[in-house]
Design a protein. Structure first.
Lengths: 134, 134
DNA sequence: CTTCATGCAAATAATTTGCAGTAAG
DNA sequence: CTTACTGCAAATTATTTGCATGAAG
């Protein structure tokens, strides 16, 4: 269980109850879009507004607390910041699974004349469960 | 120079002047978002409407003529459909460069229990030009 | 205390839709 | 011919902004 208050302060952000609530929601879901965060957080903080979520998502991305995960044909989802990893995105059920990138894999992606900051690797296909349903 | 009429027909789409215009614009830019397509195409077809672009982008993505390239914190760009490749996205100037994925690299990305369809690899960092400006 | 965050309502931007008139095959 | 496409205007949805009040450090 992550200490969201710590994470926020470490990244120069005040720890408000709205922010920890949003982080808890993201952490819980793994990957989640703004509307779903709103639905989720509202349960515990009914007065929390969508505008507050927008403002905070932008802010927390800027401060490196969370990361945007753009998905083809959908609204972006967000996840807690962690080491680069691969997203396995199921085109059938929409489930997103994280997969570690080994050092060797990352090395292989290295490109000359380009100073790499973040690698975003999304593999679209069919997860095990959905394959078996065909 | 690609024959856009051919491409469209091959993918079961009528070849209208608006569609070939959009494809030409995308091909020309490499990677371009909807607003910029609009600005570009309007020069030659001033009556072409933004609604038509939206409708056709959605349609051409569905038919596999073009591909969405989501970019963190921006509106998605679009490119002509081609073999999977890597995008080098410069965080400074915004330039996107395509880089081939060798078979070995693609093999390395293979994951058990996941039937891969499309690989989307975006590397965010600094291009050569922008590195030298620091 | 002091500064920054929240919530609301209102503004703006982005995308979608319906429909009458056109064009492609 | 027949079916599907376009352009327009209107509707909807998504996102941003300003400001008075309230909470964090």
């Amino acid at each position: 269980m992550t200490d969201y208050i710590e994470v926020l302060k470490k990244n120069d952000l005040k720890a408000t109850i709205q922010r920890t609530g949003i982080l808890k929601s993201i952490d819980n879901a793994g990957h989640i879009n703004i509307d779903d965060i709103y639905e989720d957080v509202k349960e515990n903080y009914p007065t929390l507004s969508l505008a507050t979520i927008y403002k905070n998502i932008i802010l927390m991305v800027k401060h490196g607390v969370i990361v945007e995960v753009p998905i083809n044909g959908e609204k972006s989802k967000y996840e807690l910041k962690k080491d680069d990893h691969i997203h396995l995105i199921c085109k059938s059920c929409g489930e997103i699974e994280d997969k570690e990138i080994t050092k060797e894999k990352k090395q292989i992606l290295a490109v000359e004349n380009f100073k790499l900051d973040t690698a975003q690797i999304n593999l679209y296909g069919l997860c095990k469960k959905c394959q078996s349903l065909i």
